[in-house]
Design a protein around this ligand. Structure first.
Ligand SMILES: CC(=O)SCCNC(=O)CCNC(=O)[C@H](O)C(C)(C)COP(=O)(O)OP(=O)(O)OC[C@H]1O[C@@H](n2cnc3c(N)ncnc32)[C@H](O)[C@@H]1OP(=O)(O)O
Ligand SMILES: CSCCC(=O)C(=O)O
Length: 354
């Protein structure tokens, strides 16, 4: 980056095969900060059925590959244990220790099949850190898949146990159910790092998160569900009356970070979506924004019961619906138009990315 002088590490993943390592070197030899990420599987099931190798052979493949990478010119080498989550802990310590002896700077524990649960995964990291020779001199990295929906939780558990690199993807895209999502981890660190993770933080500018997410959705055609944490369309919408009331009274009652934190402008309706779950308070406030001041409780009760009737016919009640409802109720709408009141807005959703 010309402005900040930041130089990213460009990393190529490689099997323990000379032709892969050579291809990685060809691809990276002119990079300013090249890294190779050599991996091999370490679980019984993968070693026996996929690789058809013994433990000793696997260790030897790892060592000779690291040596070969160094010979080609790599100085920044990462070593990863594929299916680490189903591997014997002591074997992980042994192979990682051997890799560290060969000069790798980063070691990865991968829950390749997304089978671990957070406490278990955190304990594995603790065990590796306590029992792997030389591990204090390298960075422990994590690579979690989401088959049980636990990729983010496992990654956070690993960070709490001392890992300091995370392998994540924008929107959590990845093989099968995907990987730990970048935006979830980054925002978890931002919101809780100082309190429950020994002050761990990232230097990522979170205001680019939504734009990055949208870009990846567009390019990959993989669109996130509305309730996807952090970047889903519903993340800053409030549909239930009790929540709406709280939000109208104080913005942080039901939001742990603001849309602006991830680069989104708050919608004109402040995320309040009117529908059958709304209560009196939200309806009254919206009407006030439209220019209708409801002063008596009786009038509000009356209007609210008409509003409720309308929600039986329509899921979302728009400003146009509210205006129509007020016309039917007897108010004069033409004066509102001349006053320039906003009459309608699109169905509430995150309005724009800044
Ligand atoms: C951990 C991960 O899976 S990260 C994701 C890796 N990326 C991809 O798989 C996507 C891109 N993949 C490809 O282009 C191809 O699969 C290639 C180029 C990597 C390999 O292609 P091919 O040589 O045709 O092999 P194929 O993919 O069918 O099978 C994989 C072979 O690699 C072996 N292998 C798998 N992991 C390793 C490893 N870490 N080290 C050494 N060999 C390995 C398998 O045992 C199998 O070997 P075999 O042919 O002796 O049975
Ligand atoms: C540590 S192996 C490489 C990471 C990976 O792609 C996986 O295990 O799923």
């Amino acid at each position: 980056d010309e402005e900040t002088r930041y130089v990213p590490v460009i990393c190529v993943i490689s099997r323990c095969k000379h032709k892969d390592i050579e291809a990685a070197w060809e691809a990276l030899k002119y990079a300013k900060k090249p890294r190779i990420y050599i991996f091999i599987c370490t679980s019984e099931i993968h070693m026996k059925y996929k690789l058809k190798k013994t433990k000793e052979e696997v260790i030897e493949m790892a060592k000779s590959s690291i040596r070969f990478a160094k010979k080609l010119g790599f100085t920044d080498i990462q070593f990863g244990c594929e299916d680490g989550g189903r591997s014997e802990k002591d074997f992980l310590c042994k192979i990682m220790g051997e890799a560290i002896k060969e000069g790798v700077k980063t070691v990865t524990l991968a829950d390749t099949v997304g089978i671990n649960i957070p406490q278990e995964f955190g304990e594995m990291v603790t065990y590796l850190k306590a029992n792997t020779p030389g591990i204090d001199d390298v960075v422990v990295s994590l690579h979690c898949h989401n088959d049980l929906g636990l990729a983010t939780a496992n990654t956070i558990a690993g960070v709490r146990a001392g890992a300091r690199q995370v392998e994540v993807t924008v929107n959590g895209i990845g093989e099968r159910s995907g990987n730990a999502s970048l935006e979830e981890i980054v925002m978890a660190l931002k919101c809780r790092g100082a309190y429950v993770m020994d002050g761990v933080y990232t230097t990522i500018d979170t205001s680019h998160i939504m734009a990055a997410s949208r870009m990846v959705q567009e390019y990959t055609g993989l669109h996130v569900q509305p309730h996807k944490p952090i970047v889903g369309n519903n993340c800053f919408l409030h549909e239930s009356g009790i929540h709406q009331d709280g939000m109208l009274k104080y913005g942080s009652t039901y939001e742990i970070f603001s849309p602006e934190d991830i680069g989104v402008e708050r919608s004109e309706s402040s995320g309040i979506v009117l529908g059958k779950l709304s209560g009196r308070h939200a309806v009254k406030v919206r009407l006030r924004k439209l220019g209708y001041e409801i002063t008596s409780d009786e009038k509000l009760r009356d209007i609210f019961s008409r509003f409720r009737e309308l929600t039986k016919q329509k899921k979302r009640i728009t400003d146009a619906d509210l205006n129509a409802l007020m016309v039917l109720y007897g108010d004069e709408i033409s004066s509102k138009i001349s006053e320039g009141t906003v009459l309608d807005e699109p169905i509430s959703q995150i309005s724009s990315v800044v």
